[in-house]
Design a protein around this ligand. Structure first.
Ligand SMILES: NC(=O)c1ccc[n+]([C@@H]2O[C@H](COP(=O)([O-])OP(=O)(O)OC[C@H]3O[C@@H](n4cnc5c(N)ncnc54)[C@H](OP(=O)(O)O)[C@@H]3O)[C@@H](O)[C@H]2O)c1
Length: 237
């Protein structure tokens, strides 16, 4: 059996959507929340959607961190630093933290179509500064719409995965490829998360302007650059 994926802040739309897709793919999931009851309710909602085969449980965030070494962080930017400080002793040495946080200006009452400057360069680099030594941080899934993830349609989106640990990048790419029609691309060092996070603000603006749920596709790379579960016709690149 593969190791469980703990989704910290997994009661929100982004975390629920990812958890739903991975549960459908047969991955064991732990929904994390500041409140264990809320986590269990979210886990039950996913079990209802996926069916009896779903391996989904709910726990308070610290317990979720202690239960596995594969974590996905889906909390609003305004709560990210405080939460990571609280979880520091719970995060197991050698864990991988996949950060989907976008530092939207909405966090401080501004527009969701703008981002905040983050001293460390990006929300993901802030996470890297706050996790215990030996924990690998990867930035991914910031450009995938929660609306789409929570639906039944395929997710027509590329996931740009940035990080400084090749093994953690590989594991994250494998997870992205479990979402139907999603392709993972190695986006290079964690510092590139700054650029990927900015794209989300643009996508939110496009969604408002054109009333949709936009995502990104990177074209023109060799076949070997893309990791996906299914076949993509040449015209789809
Ligand atoms: N929504 C999207 O389409 C989307 C797409 C890509 C990336 N993202 C990013 O993913 C993250 C989560 O997005 P979301 O829309 O799911 O956000 P959200 O609903 O605002 O928050 C997700 C969960 O985080 C927990 N939380 C809220 N405030 C917190 C705080 N101050 N401290 C600790 N935990 C807190 C809550 O869970 P509990 O109350 O149960 O603890 C909440 O259900 C954000 O950084 C967002 O930028 C979102």
């Amino acid at each position: 059996m593969s190791r469980a994926i703990a989704v910290i802040g997994g009661t929100g739309p982004a975390g629920m959507g990812l958890a739903l897709r991975w549960a459908r793919a047969g991955e064991p999931i732990i929904i994390g929340s500041r409140d264990a009851t809320r986590a269990e309710q979210a886990a039950e909602a996913i079990r209802q959607q996926v069916g009896e085969s779903a391996q989904v449980s709910g726990m308070e965030n610290a317990a979720a961190c202690a239960a596995t070494d594969l974590l996905v962080l889906t909390v609003p930017f305004e709560g990210q630093a405080t939460l990571l400080k609280q979880l520091k002793t719970a995060i197991r040495p050698g864990s991988i933290v996949i950060d989907a946080t976008v530092p939207l200006a909405a966090s401080v009452g501004g527009r969701a179509s703008r981002t905040l400057g983050v001293w460390q360069g990006s929300a993901a680099q802030q996470t890297a500064e706050l996790v215990p030594k030996g924990v690998s941080v990867v930035a991914a899934f910031q450009n995938v719409s929660a609306e789409v993830l929570n639906g039944d349609e395929d997710v027509e989106c590329d996931v740009i995965v940035c990080g400084d640990d090749p093994q953690a990048i590989e594991i994250t790419m494998d997870l992205a490829a479990k979402i139907p029609r999603t392709r993972a691309i190695d986006g290079g060092k964690l510092e590139n998360a700054r650029i990927v996070e900015q794209i989300t603000a643009l996508l939110i603006g496009l969604n408002v302007r054109h009333k949709g749920h936009s995502g990104v596709r990177i074209t023109g790379l060799p076949e070997s650059a893309y990791k996906s579960a299914g076949e993509f016709p040449k015209t789809g690149r």
